[in-house]
Design a protein around this ligand. Structure first.
Ligand code: TLP
Length: 341
């Protein structure tokens, strides 16, 4: 039985599965600072294997995973290239600036994809006199373009440009498994286009806490140093790592259900006159209810009446479909909404 979790705000709101709760309770633990937590070590082994990379690092969150990765690739004062609306640039409190003293060079993406020529221009600009550009950051799926997946071919195109100029590549793969499932490819194929990848365990995969960073031994070693600096060297963390192992080994394929349910939701909303601001690609919808004359407050109140959590913005809002939301819940939501409209 899946515990109902009628919350459209984000897939960060997912609750652990009963199996995860049991695994957490029974997890073997040790001091992670000494490298002695067997469950954390196992999670890192599994993560490296799943992505086909040499090593992995368990981090407290996606933000921490991105921060330690960016720091591992760069020296203070370097610049890095990233998409203009990338989560790590716009939302993560500027760790790259505050801790890394890094200078961002922004490229406007097309559905999250950075056109290779624009990446070249960004790297090349002021190359002789400007700061050293050492890193290209990608985001897959790309949140601001509606959860767009980047294909292995797209990743490779940007990866090749980065390598032409001697840059490292980091991917914010908070939802990289949504990309793999939507594209029907093994995540290893996507991972080939990046030196490090941060993947969240606590979004669609439903683990309660954490992210993994995967990459080469040497980059992971550097990232580990920065994880310690950022307070991420936890102690008996096996308790939170155990659900992470289940996330990686048992929760990936079911993301297809979320994508299918998101499609049912999108079609149902469109029938009611609520538009999609961006094409649906994976598990998130960006909707616009102004066409039916609704305000954000109308939307929030309607959702509250129907027992759902969703915050309406002035022009529309984001709805994320995830574990804990099933087909019948979407259908009941649409029926209720129709009556209110
Ligand atoms: N995204 C969250 C919010 O920003 C709170 C969300 O609800 O979508 N990369 C991407 C693409 C993300 O979407 C997020 C979180 C992160 C990184 C950061 O992960 P956490 O929240 O674990 O630090």
């Amino acid at each position: 039985m899946v515990e109902k979790n009628l919350d459209f705000r984000s897939d960060t709101t997912t609750w652990p599965t009963p199996e995860m709760r049991e695994a957490a309770a029974k997890a073997a633990v040790g001091d992670m600072g000494y490298g002695e937590d067997p469950t954390v070590n196992e999670l890192e082994r599994v993560a490296a294997e799943v992505f086909g990379k040499e090593a992995a690092l368990f981090c407290t969150s996606g933000t921490q995973g991105n921060a330690v990765s960016v720091l591992a690739h760069t020296d203070r004062g370097d610049s890095f290239v990233c998409e203009a609306r990338a989560h790590l640039y716009t939302i993560e409190r500027g760790h790259w600036s505050v801790i890394g003293s890094l200078i961002p060079k922004l490229v406007k993406g097309v559905d999250g994809f950075l056109p290779p020529d624009d990446v070249r221009v960004a790297i090349g600009r002021r190359r002789r006199a400007g700061p050293k550009t050492s890193l290209l950051c990608l985001e897959n799926t790309h949140l601001s373009s509606g959860g767009s997946p980047l294909s292995p071919e797209q990743m490779k195109e940007d990866y090749d440009v980065a390598k032409e100029y001697g840059l490292g590549v980091h991917t914010d793969g908070a939802r990289i498994f949504n990309a793999a499932v939507a594209l029907g490819v093994d995540v290893k194929e996507i991972a080939k286009g990046s030196d490090t990848i941060q993947a969240c365990l606590s979004k669609g995969l439903a683990a309660p806490v954490g992210s993994v960073v995967v990459g080469t031994e040497s980059l992971i070693e550097k990232a580990k140093y920065y994880r310690g600096m950022l307070g991420g060297s936890m102690r008996q963390a096996g308790i939170i790592a155990a659900p992470g192992i289940i996330a990686l080994t048992k929760m990936v394929d079911r993301l297809a259900e979320d994508h299918a349910n998101a499609k049912v939701l999108a079609e149902g909303l469109q029938r009611l006159g609520i538009e999609l601001r961006l094409p649906l690609k994976t598990n998130m919808l960006f909707i616009d209810y102004t066409g039916i004359g609704w305000t954000g407050e109308d939307w929030s109140k309607a959702c509250e009446r129907l027992g759902w959590k969703s915050r309406g913005g002035a022009m529309g809002t984001r709805l994320v479909v995830h574990y804990g939301i099933e087909r019948e819940d979407i259908e009941a939501f649409l029926e209720g909404l129709e009556k209110i409209i």
